[in-house]
Design a protein around this ligand. Structure first.
Ligand code: FES
Ligand SMILES: [Fe+2]
Length: 366
């Protein structure tokens, strides 16, 4: 790709990665974009204005009026157009100038870059890279969240950290017992009255074409995200972490003995889960050391009352703050760019696999 992104560092200390080119990145949850209200977003070092036109379609343009460089995000949406509210120059949704107040001539050179945009799976996606390659079929498949069974909770937070550090965190769930010992990692009273902690994460990661998968059985385990009303059983979890930084995690509680019956293999269609849970997390690089982090949790509606899932969501949000504090502090150390090498442990296997895939794609596409 040819876009210059001077704002984005190449790589530092081996831990920070530049954003990937020729990729759909998440710009926001669909409800973040109200009709006719321009929103400024920095994505992969590119400042853009996003707005929803009458009828609901999303438009994405460079957020800099070429006249005197005022932000178009401070402008006014007029139908499909946006007017810069400094001196009134108006642009179409393709980025071409359509009106200059006080003159008949509309210079062809007055134009801004326009970005391909797709709205899919409750999210607005922006293409970063060569527009000719921006096909909607390349949007990562998050159709699982469109299934009607879910009660969904979603949020977004901005990190002062490189996106790769957040991906590392999501690719190594051994941190749950320690970093989240007061929230997600604390023991849960089971139906039988025996306290149970989160499972020791032992699932061996393996490479997918577009990411890394870790899946496994945790017999007799309970996690805070499973409503109390769900009977005890064997927990099955599958987590896919896919390019450019999206975790899709599905967990189900099955009748006791299912893990043994399946001999370690995934549950078959004949095994009906007692409960079902969904988690989706995603990172969008803004600048080299700023990232937008999107998270979603889904509970099967029939599994628990809303009060209970509200309470679980509250605990999860406290855990996300624990991640944020740790990763931002880690980023400060990383920014010192020490000549020392980092140590490796077995739990790093998944993140090492994902990093090597990302580095290859970055070198191919950027
Ligand atoms: S800066 Fe936009 S019209 Fe002048
Ligand atoms: Fe975490």
């Amino acid at each position: 790709m040819t876009t210059e992104r001077p704002d984005v560092i190449k790589e530092s200390g081996g831990l920070e990665l530049p954003p990937l080119g020729d990729t759909w990145y998440i710009a926001g949850w669909a409800p973040e974009f109200e009709p006719s209200l321009p929103v400024s977003r920095m994505i992969a070092g590119e400042q853009m204005v996003l707005y929803r036109v009458p009828g609901g379609r999303m438009v994405g343009l460079e957020d800099r009026c070429p006249h005197r460089w005022a932000p178009l995000s401070l402008g006014r949406v007029e139908g499909e157009h946006i007017r810069c509210m400094y001196h009134g120059v108006k642009y179409g949704s393709d980025g071409q100038c359509v009106e200059v107040p006080g003159q008949d001539l509309v210079p062809k050179t007055l134009c801004v870059r326009s970005y391909p945009i797709v709205e899919k799976h409750h999210l607005v996606w922006v293409w970063i890279g060569d527009p000719a390659k921006a096909h909607p079929s390349r949007v990562p498949d998050l159709s699982v969240m469109d299934e009607p069974q879910w009660r969904l909770y979603q949020g977004v937070v901005e990190y002062k950290a490189n996106h790769a550090l957040i991906s590392d965190n999501l690719l190594d769930l051994t941190h749950v017992r320690f970093l989240h010992e007061r929230t997600l990692g604390r023991p849960v009273a089971t139906v039988s009255g025996t306290p149970s902690g989160p499972p020791q994460v032992r699932a061996e990661p393996r490479r997918l074409d577009n990411g890394v998968r870790a899946e496994g059985w945790y017999p007799g385990s309970r996690i805070i995200a499973i409503p109390k009303s769900v009977p005890d059983g064997d927990l099955w979890m599958r987590s896919d972490y896919i390019v450019p930084g999206i975790l899709i995690s599905r967990g189900g509680m099955y009748a006791p003995g299912t893990a043994t019956e399946c001999e370690g293999l995934p549950p078959g269609t004949q095994h009906v889960p007692l409960s079902d849970g969904l988690a989706i997390h995603a990172v969008t690089p803004m600048r080299a050391r700023n990232t937008r982090y999107f998270y979603l949790q889904g509970f099967r509606v029939s599994d628990a009352e809303k009060d209970e899932t509200d309470a679980i969501w509250q605990v999860s949000q406290e855990a996300f703050v624990e991640d944020l504090k740790m990763i931002e502090a880690q980023q400060e150390n990383v920014a010192l760019d020490s000549p020392h090498r980092m140590g490796g442990i077995a739990a790093d296997r998944g993140l090492v696999m994902f990093r090597s895939l990302m580095k290859r794609l970055i070198s191919d596409r950027n």
